[in-house]
Design a protein around this ligand. Structure first.
Ligand SMILES: Cc1ncc(COP(=O)(O)O)c(C=O)c1O
Length: 384
């Protein structure tokens, strides 16, 4: 199995950062890239003429490699919400459309449609949280009940770690003639993802969590059949012939033929672009199958240890291998996470669950530290 990659990060031995789903530490190599990038901005005259193009191409290729896409089908964007708004503008859903979302899904894949519901005459169908934790069955039942125009859903639910089995959901959507937007925030970088096999209309992910990168960088896959849409922002670089160096300036305002037309304005934030590329390249080099295997082993050990303390642990088959969201019978006592942090254990409180999300920098010592900290905190608060 892939060994712990902790040496690639600057994490003290008494810290168990089990919070990748919130935001992750940067690999040392990404920190170095950031430092070099800032220094470069201080002396722009040293940059080679093709520097910008090289940077876009590198980051785009690194993002595409993580999801099995062609680079030209991937746009450089700043956030997941930006990607969802881009998709919404490109789709331009007519009145009467129905958008399927998940109950308590993250705001990013949901709020765009809620805000359009009032103005554009679209209806939102919310899949209720399934009692048995089986999000896939719940989504399939919802599609059968009322075929949607679009499903705008996460592939892993951010709060409970529930996994949505997209290879089972996609055919049902296709039969219903529905489009699919995937918020793959908690999937890309934590395991294999293949848009060529899956064929979503849009798939979006940020870099600051599982792909070991900075804030302010995200990527949007746009299926070729959706690349004719109007971008969210009107940029010179999204057009075929708008150049500051040529007269006439607006020589050809037709859009680029592929997903690059959706690139954000000010994509030239080279500091973070290169940091993002470094994190993604590291994951690809390690192998996403190997990463997934390691994370599954870590959460399995955590599940065993925490179930032994009487906590509620979801069935492994229904959760993403990289996230373990546990419940304390009777609810999480006040101050519980602060007690864990006092022991160097960092996890997240998400909608009544304690979300534990390891990544490649975690090891067996972190698992042991985490279980011991839970035991001590439960004992201290009379909950065991
Ligand atoms: C499922 C999910 N989607 C999206 C985001 C972030 O969205 P944005 O990049 O728009 O801030 C998060 C952040 O926690 C998330 O958990």
């Amino acid at each position: 199995m892939l060994p712990s990659q902790r040496a690639r990060f600057d994490i003290p031995s008494d810290i168990a950062w089990l919070n990748a789903a919130a935001w992750g530490p940067l690999p040392r190599a990404a920190v170095e890239a950031g430092r070099a990038g800032v220094a470069r901005k201080a002396q722009p005259w040293r940059l080679p003429g093709d520097f910008a193009e090289t940077q876009y191409a590198r980051a785009r290729a690194a993002a595409a490699a993580l999801i099995g896409a062609a680079p030209a089908d991937v746009a450089i964007i700043p956030s997941v919400g930006y990607g969802v708004s881009t998709a919404a503008k490109a789709l331009d859903l007519p009145a009467g459309s129905r958008v399927l979302v998940l109950a308590d899904d993250h705001s990013a894949p949901v709020l765009e449609w809620m805000s359009r519901a009032g103005t554009d005459g679209i209806a939102i169908d919310t899949v209720a949280r399934p009692e048995d934790g089986d999000w896939t069955a719940a989504v399939l039942a919802a599609i059968a009940r009322q075929p949607p125009t679009l499903a705008s859903i996460a592939s892993v639910h951010w709060s409970d770690g529930g996994a949505l089995d997209l290879p089972r959901i996609v055919p049902a959507l296709r039969d219903a003639g529905a489009a699919l937007l995937v918020d793959a925030t908690h999937a890309v970088g934590a395991g294999p993802m293949d848009v060529t096999a899956l064929d979503p209309d849009f798939l979006v992910f940020p870099t600051y969590k599982w792909t070991l990168g900075p804030y302010g960088r995200a990527f949007l896959y746009v299926a070729p059949r959706r690349q004719g849409g109007v971008p969210l922002e009107q940029t010179a670089h999204g057009r075929r012939g708008v150049s500051a160096e040529h007269i006439p300036y607006l020589a050809d305002t037709s859009y680029l033929p592929d997903a690059r037309r959706f690139d954000m304005g000010e994509r030239d934030h080279f500091v973070s672009l290169e940091m993002a590329a470094v994190g993604m390249e590291l994951l690809a080099a390690l192998g996403l199958g190997s990463v997934a295997e390691r994370l599954a082993a870590l959460t399995a050990d955590l599940a065993e240890g925490l179930a032994g303390l009487g906590l509620g642990v979801p069935a492994a088959a229904l959760r993403a291998p990289q996230i373990l969201s546990v419940t304390i019978p009777g609810g999480t006592p006040a101050g519980f996470l602060a007690r864990l942090e006092g022991q160097g254990v960092h996890v997240a409180n998400r909608l009544g669950r304690i979300r534990i999300s390891p990544h490649i920098y975690n090891d067996a010592d972190d698992v042991a530290r985490c279980v011991a900290a839970f035991r001590a905190a439960l004992d201290a608060q009379g909950r065991r």
